[in-house]
Design a protein around this ligand. Structure first.
Ligand SMILES: [Mn+2]
Length: 334
């Protein structure tokens, strides 16, 4: 019989932290504000309470989030250097994701490890690879969960943790604008500000730290938008050529995919990014309230949230992928 996922309370997760001393924290590929924020927020706190902690990620931290890594502590996975550490630490904590695939090569180190594994996340339908899970799919960000977890400890958290958690909340709620933003989200933000967070500073780092090349690329991406089904479906395309011209990588497109939703009539937006590897495309699905697109993303082998999902498609061409998207999306436009 298939083993059931072992969902636990935050009190239980706290008790595991209390009883162990060395931790490795890791998060998903193309890490966003919530991934880096939750990792560093927890990492700084673990060190504060006298634990050994390392953050080892499969991809580097994007530039606009580097301010959170004040001492340059995040390490990018290198098998020869890090594989053994995953086999030796007491506990591996996996944040803001729920399947090994999104850990890329870190996934092998995690699945091979015999050590205790804990997943803390807010995505639906987790894969069963860890010992314990704390999952809240109603909550807007993993950072909110981390705040809830830290609030169970007697030790107060520092400004570095506060900045990290605040960043994850801002990026995963679209600055308190997305549907899962609650009163509690704002109360947590208030507490973080009490701990010294300067909202205008975080805002500068996240939103006003682009390069000219990135803005130009954004312009080309916006120009590529096409509308279908009475202008309810938008498709935006970013090609390898566009990335090359801008001198940017596909990991530097944060925030692009929600842009087509700014069009009044658009209910569902799809961004197709042509990746370096031939025939491989990254899809970002975004939707307005009342137009869930997670099932649409799953048709393409992806997943995520009801209003923000992603997928990676292989062995196809741009034209046939686009035709398939247009055909399938028809059933998801309300
Ligand atoms: Mn998240």
């Amino acid at each position: 019989m298939k083993k059931l996922i072992d969902y636990k309370s935050l009190d239980f997760i706290k008790s595991r932290i209390d009883s162990y001393s060395s931790f490795i924290i890791t998060t998903h590929q193309s890490p966003d504000g919530d991934a880096i924020g939750s990792s560093l927020g927890l990492h700084y706190f673990l060190k504060l309470i006298g634990k050994e902690s390392k953050v080892i990620n499969c991809n580097p931290t994007p530039n606009y989030l580097k301010y959170l890594d004040v001492n340059n502590e995040i390490e990018v996975y290198d098998k020869s250097k890090h594989y053994e550490l995953f086999q030796k630490c007491d506990v591996i904590i996996v944040l803001d994701l729920n399947n090994l695939k999104r850990l890329v090569d870190v996934g092998d180190a995690v699945s091979d490890s015999k050590k205790e594994k804990i997943v803390i996340d807010h995505h639906i339908e987790p894969e069963n690879f860890a010992d314990y899970y704390y999952v809240d799919t109603e909550i807007a960000s993993t950072c909110e969960i981390i705040w809830n977890l830290l609030s169970l400890f007697e030790q107060d958290y520092t400004i570095d943790t506060a900045n990290a958690i605040y960043t994850g909340i801002i990026t995963d709620t679209g600055s308190f604008g997305f549907d899962r933003t609650t009163e509690k989200t704002h109360l947590i933000a208030s507490d973080l500000i009490k701990h010294g967070v300067k909202p205008h500073k975080i805002n500068e780092y996240i939103y006003n730290s682009s390069s000219l090349a990135s803005l130009h690329l954004y312009g080309y991406a916006l120009k590529s938008i096409e509308l279908f089904y009475n202008e309810k479906l938008a498709i935006m395309t970013i090609t390898q050529q566009m990335l090359k011209d801008a001198g940017l990588g596909e990991g530097e497109l944060d925030g692009f995919s929600t842009a087509p939703l700014r069009i009044d009539s658009v209910k569902i937006s799809l961004t197709i990014v042509e990746l370096k590897e031939k025939g491989v495309f990254k899809l970002s699905f975004r939707a307005k309230n009342g137009n869930p697109i997670r099932d649409l993303a799953s048709i393409f082998g992806g997943g995520g949230h009801q209003l923000a999902s992603g997928a990676r498609v292989k062995e196809t061409t741009y034209e046939s992928l686009k035709t398939k998207i247009i055909n399938e999306a028809k059933n998801y436009i309300i």
